[in-house]
Structures are given as structure tokens and as C-alpha cells.
Design a protein. Structure first.
Length: 278
């Protein structure tokens, strides 16, 4: 039953992400003659040139990429990506391509990138992707020396060049700015839930470990150590948290042992039971 609720939560979150992704693109970026990154940028190019519908384009272009991803990438990732592609395509079709809120190109550039970037990041955080280049870049990185970042940079440069040719140099410059803002937003949201291994050296090991286990619902590992300078026995605690919990952990530890030493180490990969909430 818990698994069922988890899947429902993830799919609901992906749906919200798809709406933000399509909304930022259709209501701020595309009508301002700005090209989004990735497959959304290609759709916008043909929308401006031939008035082809964004939603239909997005869905059709993703079909061969989804088959490619199914063969070469994990099943859950592809299932969630198929879901996000379908939902995003529907939102691209339902949300009209027209400016709202403002006609200022700078505001459209910044807020369009923030909104669409937030949507894409939420989707990725919940186990899927917006499709398109996310799939292609992973497959290319898996079998070649071209990294995901390098492939994205090459594609983005091509989008900027096309923007300058179709519109003008100013639009290309704003497109570069939107890429930068979108990337920063993307990274910020993903890093919010980045895992860290926290090491605490304290005289009050039992009390602190009990508090962390109760307050954060985290398992704590402990072992004894000796302070060489003071020749006193101390307890070393090891706990895995997410970045959002750092201030809560330090505040709780300082409340019990003001002299405790706390160290945080970025943790990219883990194996085992870990409850991720953000």
C-alpha cells in the first residue's frame, strides 16, 4: 500500500512539473521569440517557421528517443519519462502560445526560464525526465566519451546560432541568458535534496543520536573515539541527511552539546534504506 501511495505521489509531482515546463515555454519564452533548451527549442523553431503545433511536435519527436531509451536505460526512468512526455505534450497543446503578465522580454526571459527549469527539475527529481535530449544525452554518454554536459553545451550553442539566424542577435543574447537562468534554477532545485553524510564528534552521543532518530527519522551509526589532545573519550556519530536538514541538525546538536564538532560530506550515491523527503 505504501508503494502505491509513493507512485501516486511521484506521478502527481511529475504532472505539476510538466505543467510548469509547458507553461513557462508557451506563455513566456516562445511568444517572446526566445528558444528553450533541448527539444522544446526545436519545437519553438518550427512553430515560428511553419506554425506547427508545439504539443504534437513534442510528442512525435520523442517517440524514437523513447524507444532508444527503453533499450539502453532503466525501465522505471523510461516509464516515468513516457508519462511526462505524454502529459507535457497535452499541456503544450492546451496552453496557448501567447504572452501573459508582461511584454518585457527580459522578464519573460528570466521568469520563463525559472518556471520551465523548475518543472524539468521536479520531473527529474521524481525519477523521470522531460524526454528529448535527456534520453539522447544519457545514451550518448553511455557509449562514447561525450559527457552529458558537453553534449548539452554543443546543442545549446546550435540553438543560440539558430536563434540569431531566425530572429536577431538580441534574441540570441536573451536566449543565452535564459539558458543560464534555467540551468541555475535546475541545479538549485536538484541540489535542495542532495544527500550529505554528517559526522558528529561529541560528548553526548547517546542523547544526540536519540534526538536525531526521533526528530529526523534517520538511522544513526556511532562508535567510540579518543581526543588525543585532551585524552578524553568521545562518541562519533554518522548520519545521512539531505541538505534541507543541515540547519535543523546543527541546531539540535548545539542545543545538547555546544562543543560538538559537526562535519558534512557530499554524498552522491548510496545503497540501502534511506528515506528521501524534500
Amino acid at each position: 500500500m505504501a508503494r502505491k501511495y509513493q507512485i501516486t505521489y511521484e506521478l502527481a509531482g511529475i504532472t505539476v512539473g510538466c505543467f510548469l515546463f509547458a507553461f513557462g515555454t508557451n506563455c513566456l519564452l516562445t511568444p517572446s521569440s526566445l528558444l528553450a533548451g533541448g527539444l522544446g527549442g526545436i519545437c519553438a523553431i518550427f512553430y515560428h517557421l511553419f506554425e506547427w503545433k508545439m504539443g504534437i511536435q513534442y510528442f512525435v519527436y520523442n517517440i524514437p528517443l523513447l524507444f532508444l531509451g527503453y533499450i539502453h536505460i532503466g525501465k522505471k526512468f523510461i516509464i516515468y519519462t513516457v508519462f511526462s512526455v505524454i502529459v507535457s505534450s497535452l499541456f503544450f497543446e492546451w496552453i496557448p502560445v501567447r504572452l501573459i503578465w508582461t511584454k518585457d522580454i527580459l522578464l519573460c526571459c528570466i521568469y520563463g526560464a525559472i518556471i520551465s527549469g523548475s518543472g524539468a527539475a521536479i520531473i527529474l527529481r521524481l525519477g523521470g525526465s522531460v524526454g528529448g535530449l535527456d534520453i539522447l544525452s544519457r545514451v550518448i554518454a553511455k557509449y562514447t566519451n561525450i559527457s552529458i554536459g558537453k553534449f548539452g553545451l554543443i546543442f545549446s550553442a546550435a540553438i543560440v546560432a539558430i536563434s540569431a539566424l531566425i530572429f536577431d542577435v538580441q534574441s540570441a543574447m536573451y536566449t543565452i541568458l535564459s539558458f543560464f537562468v534555467g540551468t541555475k534554477t535546475y541545479d538549485a532545485i536538484l541540489n535542495i535534496a542532495e544527500k550529505s553524510a554528517v559526522m558528529i564528534i561529541t560528548n553526548e552521543g547517546e542523547e544526540i543520536s536519540s534526538l536525531l532518530a526521533k526528530k529526523l527519522d534517520r538511522e544513526v551509526t556511532s562508535w567510540k573515539d579518543i581526543d588525543i589532545y585532551k585524552e578524553k573519550k568521545k562518541t562519533v556519530l554518522l548520519c545521512l541527511i539531505i541538505e534541507l536538514e543541515w540547519m535543523e541538525v546543527t541546531h539540535a546538536v548545539r542545543g545538547i552539546d555546544p562543543e560538538a564538532f559537526i562535519l558534512s560530506l557530499p554524498t552522491k550515491k548510496t545503497f540501502g534504506k534511506f528515506k528521501l523527503e524534500w
